[in-house]
Ligand binder design. Structure first.
Ligand code: NAD
Length: 364
């Protein structure tokens, strides 16, 4: 075992079914008297129930959250924060809504309660990715980490099977990269394996029977664990590629992760054999990269960047951006091999070790 440092996040987590009912208590626990509720346009109906539940602690609502946290949207939400004199934030939704809450907290240090309705895991991290002029940049600060997260399985029951599948694989990606992170540690690796296992078991059932509460509970539990991994250790090539592709072509976040993950894993396989064995064990598949693509296929998820809207002409631009300021990665980043990886992912080919096979030594 390599030497390690482990630091746990100062956060309160409430997990179960019907836990939304605990929101009034959690607001008073944080001393919030005037909460701004955040949501996406699609989930604005959830706000009425919250308004009724928290009564005079309800300051107002902003239902303009969108994917990739554009700074223009955050600036509009900031006007509402000031107008309502909010002293706390309640974000109910997927990673887009959580991202908006985090962007506001970065600017104000207001306390946040997050009620996740997808499996993105954003609620577990002190990181926000904000988009300006087509470029997404991430920032980390203790102000960004939500104070309280209320996981309520009931809020995930409405997640359409297609989104459940891609959001679940997005969560698996956090755990996969945690297993070969430079700063990995045994506790996070345990959570990563358990998170992958829980999601890989639950997702096929959810896609076949979306109302299966046991499977929904397993998936949310897995997503929580994978989110902890994302917040605790560094991410590598896979996350870098997804940020570059998402920002350049405004691709849907979870779908991009779903398509890219098997290819990023195949790229890193020779440099991270222990992590590959752990992913294989958690999936119950001999080849983890093929196993993940098979899981996506079984769930009816997209398998190519082409089908989620990336133009073929963008492959070179994406490769250029992916190799610029790369995150640490177990295998050195080589442009020719990265270009090949992106081209394979664009076509939806089976994941394979990219041919530019030089430089397979572990990077430092
Ligand atoms: P999302 O939040 O945009 O959700 C997709 C759509 O599904 C939205 O319209 C949303 O309202 C809807 N939806 C969500 N949950 C639902 C439910 N239970 N029932 C019905 N509809 C539901 O997508 P996402 O994949 O959850 O999050 C993506 C965003 O999160 C991206 O911007 C990404 O960058 C960010 N993210 C950030 C981090 C981080 O640590 N900073 C981690 C993961 C994701």
């Amino acid at each position: 075992m390599q030497d390690f440092v482990y630091q746990s996040a100062p956060m309160r987590v409430v997990f179960g079914a019907g836990t939304l009912r605990q929101l009034p208590y959690e607001l008073s626990h944080l001393g919030v008297t005037s909460a701004l509720v955040l949501a996406t346009p699609r989930q604005k109906d959830l706000v009425a129930g919250i308004r009724e539940m928290i009564g005079e602690r309800f300051a107002g609502v902003f239902t303009g959250a969108v994917m990739h946290t554009p700074v223009e949207v955050t600036e509009r939400a900031m006007e509402t924060v000031r107008d309502m004199r909010a002293d706390g934030l309640v974000a109910i939704g997927g990673g887009s809504t959580t991202g908006l809450g985090k962007a506001i907290a970065l600017r104000t240090d207001l306390p946040q309660i997050v009620l996740p309705t997808s499996y993105s895991g954003s609620e577990m991290t002190p990181v926000v990715g904000q988009t300006s002029g087509g470029i997404k940049t991430t920032q980390s600060s203790p102000k960004i980490l939500p104070e309280t997260v209320i996981y309520d399985v009931d809020l995930t029951m409405t997640m359409p099977p297609k989104l459940s599948a891609t959001s679940g694989i997005n969560a698996i990606a956090h755990a996969v990269e945690a297993l070969y992170a430079r700063d990995r540690n045994p506790l996070i690796s345990l959570m990563a394996e358990e998170g992958i296992r829980a999601l890989a078991q639950a997702l096929p059932t959810i896609c076949a029977q979306p109302n299966d509460k046991t499977a929904r509970t397993g998936a949310l539990y897995g997503a929580w664990l994978c989110g902890i991994c994302l917040g605790a250790v560094g991410m590598a090539l896979h996350h870098k590629l997804c940020h570059a592709l998402g920002g350049l072509f405004n691709l849907p976040h979870a779908e991009t992760h779903t398509v890219v993950l098997p290819h990023a894993l195949a790229y890193n396989a020779p440099a991270a054999p222990d992590a590959m064995a752990q992913v294989a064990a958690a999936l119950g598949e001999p080849d983890p990269a093929l196993g993940l693509q098979d899981l996506a296929r079984k769930l009816g998820s997209p398998l190519s960047l082409r089908e989620i809207g990336m133009p073929e002409s963008g492959i070179d631009q994406a490769a250029d951006l992916a190799v610029k300021n790369p995150y640490w990665n177990p295998r050195p980043i080589e442009r020719a091999a990265i270009r090949e990886l992106i081209a394979r992912a664009w076509r939806g080919d089976a994941p394979r070790l990219s041919c530019a096979g030089a430089g397979l030594a572990t990077s430092t």
